[in-house]
Unconditional design. Sequence first.
Length: 59
Amino acid sequence: MAIPESNRKAIRKYDAEHYSMLSVRIPKELLQEFKEKVASKNDSQAKIIKEAIEAYLGK
C-alpha cells in the first residue's frame, strides 16, 4: 500500500526536526562483515550503531 504524499511530507518534516544523518568511511571488508553479522542476527544496522554510540557515551 502506497503512503499518501501528505503523510510522506509530515514524516520528512518530523525527521528533519528530530534526526540527523551520520556518514562514515570504513573499509569495505569491515562494512561487509558488519552487514553479514547484522543480517544473520536479523538486527537493524541503525539500531546497532545507535547502541554503540550510546555505550560510548556511557548511556
